[in-house]
Design a protein around this ligand. Structure first.
Ligand SMILES: [Cu+2]
Length: 152
């Protein structure tokens, strides 16, 4: 009877340690539940954004599409400073290259976009049409890695 209780307590302690270790690991990997929620929110926002894609399709205004490519890898994003054209429909392609760190927890704060990037592969974001003088920030959820897009 006494031994059985001892085993029970030992089992409980081990279980608690495992839970604590798992929680710490999750926090370090930048994948808290909060971010998953913002991710879902952002996805719906993104969908509504694309519906207004036809906006500004005027014959007088020779509007074309521009694409920006940024690499997400261990140690951050590259390039960190990007010049882009204002008043153009802009697509951002995030290219994951062996991204195993928190660079995967990608956030575009001004556009209310938060998404977990794959370890490898491309993720496409619609940045819409930005005004001259706008600077868009791309950042990891912890604010450790970032890049800036300057629209001119
Ligand atoms: Cu980070």
């Amino acid at each position: 009877m006494y031994n059985l209780n001892k085993i029970k307590i030992l089992f409980l302690v081990v279980a608690l340690l495992l839970i604590a270790a798992f929680t710490i690991f999750n926090l370090m990997a930048c994948t808290t539940n909060n971010q998953k929620e913002t991710l879902e929110e952002a996805n719906t926002l993104q969908e509504t954004d694309t519906s207004s894609e036809n906006y500004g399709e005027e014959t007088t205004d020779k509007q074309t599409q521009q694409t920006i490519e940024v690499i997400a890898k261990g140690g951050g994003y590259s390039p960190e400073k990007i010049n882009a054209k204002a008043d153009q429909s802009t697509t951002l392609i995030m290219i994951s290259q062996n991204a195993y760190g928190c660079e995967r927890a990608f956030v575009l704060p001004q556009l209310k976009i938060a998404q977990i990037l794959p370890e490898n592969g491309k993720t496409i974001f619609d940045l819409g049409v930005q005004e001259k003088g706008t600077t868009l920030l791309g950042v990891c959820s912890m604010g450790m890695y970032y890049f800036e897009i300057f629209f001119n």
